[in-house]
Design a protein around this ligand. Structure first.
Ligand code: ZN
Length: 220
């Protein structure tokens, strides 16, 4: 079964709104079974509430499966992780060690990214990385958080006068994360201009890629 990447990323993004309400940095993830499409678990950052800097969304999924599923490694190995922001170096290493095969992320993590932004930690399981699914939405979620006040940060200033920027987004340089051939194998040669020109991946409601001309579609 081919998972509909946009459909599941949208679920992860929606769950990110819960993080916002809970005053957590809105990074969220869901783990989906490759065969059945079953969602094993969904999680968002909990570093503020639990005052534990390691409780990223990915590690909460890890902890949940470890505690509740005897075959937790098998589950990881037959699942795809959808995460709104590129996994950090710590989480990328964990994902490699549990043997995941595919990670789909929204926007890059420029400071700590472990799927290509800073390092590419993918030695053991050689998992596929699919960047840029929900890129703009993931950035918008983060911006919503950062223009608000973070009451857990004593240095936070009142930023309420700042306006949410939804007009411009940083370019996504796909080749930092994925080769041109890999991109074609996922999205089809008809969409390779997205890779070549660093266009954003855009989707219609059915999860079909919209090329920049708005007409050409490819089903995934
Ligand atoms: Zn992390």
């Amino acid at each position: 079964m081919e998972l509909n990447y946009w459909k599941f990323m949208r679920e992860a993004l929606e769950f990110g709104n819960i993080a916002l309400i809970n005053n957590e940095v809105p990074v969220s993830a869901i783990l989906v079974d490759n065969d059945s499409g079953k969602i094993w678990y969904r999680a968002h950052n909990m570093t503020n509430k639990l005052i534990n800097g390691t409780l990223h969304a990915e590690f909460q999924i890890y902890n949940y499966l470890l505690e509740n599923e005897e075959n937790h490694l098998k589950i990881w190995q037959n699942s795809t992780l959808f995460v709104t922001v590129e996994p950090c170096i710590m989480c990328a290493s964990m994902l490699d060690q549990v043997g995941i095969k595919k990670v789909v992320f929204g926007c890059p993590n420029e400071r700590f990214g472990g799927n290509g932004s800073v390092f590419k930690i993918n030695y053991k399981s050689n998992y596929k990385i699919i960047p840029g699914v929900g890129h703009k939405d993931a950035i918008s979620l983060l911006r919503k958080f950062y223009i608000g006040e973070n009451k857990h940060n004593p240095n936070s200033i009142n930023k309420k006068k700042r306006v949410l920027n939804i007009d411009s987004f940083p370019i996504l340089n796909y080749e930092r994360y994925i080769s041109r051939d890999e991109f074609i194998s996922i999205w089809g040669v008809e969409n390779v201009k997205i890779f070549d020109n660093n266009y954003f991946l855009e989707f219609n409601d059915n999860g079909e890629v919209l090329c920049d001309d708005g007409n050409k579609k490819v089903k995934i």
